[in-house]
Design a protein around this ligand. Sequence first.
Ligand code: CP3
Length: 345
Amino acid sequence: MAETKKLMRALRGETQAIPPAWMMRQAGRYLPEYRATRAQAGDFLSLCYTPDLATEVTLQPIRRYGFDASILFADILLVPHALGADLTFVQGEGPRLSTVTQQADFDALKGPDDIHDHLAPVYQTVRNLSAALPSDVALIGFAGAPWTVATYMIAGQGTPDQAPAHALKDGNTALFDALMDRITEATIGYLKQQVAAGAEVLMLFDSWAGSLKGADFAAYALEPARRIIAALKAAHPEVPVIAFPREGGDSVIGFARATGADCIALDYSVDADWAAENVQCDGCVMGNMDPRHMVTGGQPLIDEVRRIRQAFSGGPHIFNLGHGITPDANPDNVTLMLETLREHS
Ligand code: CP3
C-alpha cells in the first residue's frame, strides 16, 4: 500500500511542497491541558509511568493542532531509572539522580535485559497510542543517546558543560566505557520493545553531543549511534531513525551516512541554507526554528517559518523547532506557525 503519512514519506526521501510538521516537547507545560493532566498525575514521573495519562498528554497537541507526528510521552532518564538509578524531578530544578562515578556504583546497576518490567508502562503507552492516533499521524518512539544519558548518570543532574562526564571519560576510561556500553545495550532493547508495541519511527536525542570534540565525538556520539541504528535496522529494517546530535556543528556533515540514520535533526544554531547544501544532500533533515519564536510570535515568526521552508524546499524535510518548545511559549503561536507552513506559496 502506498505510504500516506506525510512524515513517513519525508523519511523515505520524498520532497513535499508542504513538509510534515511536529514540535519537540509538543506535549508540555505551555499547554493548559498538559498542566491539568500533570496535576492529576501528581508529579512528572507518575505521569510518565501511568499509561492512560501519558497517552492523554501525548494526544493533546494532536487534537489541538493536527501535527503530522506524535512523540511518545516519556523521558530519556527512564532508562537510567530502569537500570536502577534513583531518579526524582525537583520542581523548577530538573532531574536528580544517584551518581555513577565508582566501580561499585556501576556494579549495582541492572543488566541491559533486566529493564523491561520497569519500562512496561511505557510500552503500554505506545500500544495505547498506536490504537488511538488518527491514521495520518505517525508515532515516534525515542531514547536518549548514550553520551547524553551518561552525562546525567555521572553528574546526577544536568550540567552546563558536562564536566563530571568528561572527567570520568578522561580519568577512568574503562569505567566510562563500561557505562556507555551498558546504556547502549539497554537502549537497543528499549527501542526494539517500542517498535514491537507500535512505534513507527525512532528518535535518538544526543542533547549534549556538542561538548564532544574531535576523536571524542567519533567515539562517543557517532559510534554509539551507529551501533544502536545497526542493531535496530537488523531487527526492523523498515523503521526510520532520526538522529539529533545537538550542537554537533560541522560534525552533522556525513552523520547520516556514517551512522545509518534516515534523518538528521538540526538544532537552531545551524544555518538552514548551509544545512540544505551540506546535510540535506544525504537525505531528510528535520528542523530547525528557534523556539524563542514560539514566545514572541508575530511577523518574525512568519518570516522565519517561510525562510526555513524555502531553504529546505529542494529535498526531504520535516519542519520542527531546533530544540524543545519552552513553558513560556504562547499556544496561539503554534497555530500561527502551522498556518504559515501550510499556506500555498
Ligand atoms: O517531546 C515530547 O513531547 C516527548 C516527551 C519528552 C520529554 N523529554 C518530556 C519532558 C522527550 C522526548 C524528552 C527528552 C529529554 N528529556 C531530553 C532530550 C531533549 C532535550 O530537551 O534536549 C532531555 C535532556 C531530557 C531530560 C529532562 N527531562 C530534563 C533536563 C528535564 C527538566 C527540564 C525541563 O524542561 O523541565 C526534563 C523534564 C521533562 N521531560 C518535561 C517534559 C514535558 C517537563 C516536566 C514537567 O512537566 O515539569
